[in-house]
Ligand binder design. Sequence first.
Ligand SMILES: Nc1ncnc2c1ncn2[C@@H]1O[C@H](COP(=O)(O)OP(=O)(O)OP(=O)(O)O)[C@@H](O)[C@H]1O
Length: 339
Amino acid sequence: MLLSLDAATVRFGGRAVLDGVGLEVVEHEVVCVLGPSGSGKSTLLRAVAGLQPLHSGRVLLDGRDQAGVPAHKRGVGLMFQDHQLFPQRDVGANVAFGLRMRGVGKGERDGEVGKLLELVGLPGAARRAVAGLSGGEQQRVALARALAPRPRILMLDEPLGQLDRSLRERLVVELRELFGRLGTTVLAVTHDQGEAFALADRVVVMRDGRIAQTGTPLEVWQRPADAFVARFLGFDNVAGATVAGAAADSPWGKLPVPDGSAQGNRTVLVRPAGVRLRPADQGLPCTVTARTFKGTHVSVLLQPEDAPRLEAACALRDAPEAGATVGVEFDAAEIVVLD
Ligand SMILES: Nc1ncnc2c1ncn2[C@@H]1O[C@H](COP(=O)(O)OP(=O)(O)OP(=O)(O)O)[C@@H](O)[C@H]1O
């Protein structure tokens, strides 16, 4: 095990910001920690890096307890949101920083810097001024700098936070490809689920200093652990229900549920794709309150008479107008009974 956290706890003013967190990361794994603002993501990263002491519990790297080991001796690479390049030095000097600190000679340093800049898609940029780089280019330089000392684990805090969406989407694909090629072990923090799902082998969802769920992106997406995770992922059709056999009694009426669903008092999640629009005289009557174009489909918000609002996903040509009255039926294949 490359990294283990064992009941890691950090308190500020009596409040546990990290609350007995256990987490293991194996070599070559890319793990993304996700969660709302204040859930403890950065504190987790800082604790692993040695920038935040634990009140109790342990951080182990390669099985060795890191208590008392300072940040620069842990062999972790850090790249933070505000990438903190040295503005008065050129790109090459920035990338070479960690190597210089370790006493690597100039010739070797220059060779390494050249290779790293090529790796991050900035070949030949060593003599360029940092101030003249775009945001995306600066991000690449920061990444090259973090990779230069060949850290055993690379830690990224909102690595693409400052950049615009299209650039982020492009860079995240590049990063994933790069980490795969280099076999880099990565622990990254982001509040952007799209980014986490695109980058990670495994995601960890945090809530109030604890791990709410961990799994592959597909596992978490298909089976959120609870209503919190489901809502965090953007699913709003979540409600309490009583499951008996193949049906659930919910605020939206009887819902069909998949075979083998957990029984009794549960939380159900209805994916927007499982909310099927019908003529007004069929199923649950609803009024269309809004519709939003999402590129591949239209998200339609529906207000039933006395039940919580529902979101439906429908094909562009089928989307009803706001104000229309429709009926709703449900598709068991898109309904998940949460445990
Ligand atoms: N040095 C500190 N002193 C007191 N409270 C702190 C300190 N550092 C963090 N906190 C508190 O701990 C909680 C968790 O902070 P943390 O930065 O780990 O959350 P986060 O999930 O990374 O949030 P964000 O996504 O907003 O960066 C927050 O409520 C924050 O205010």
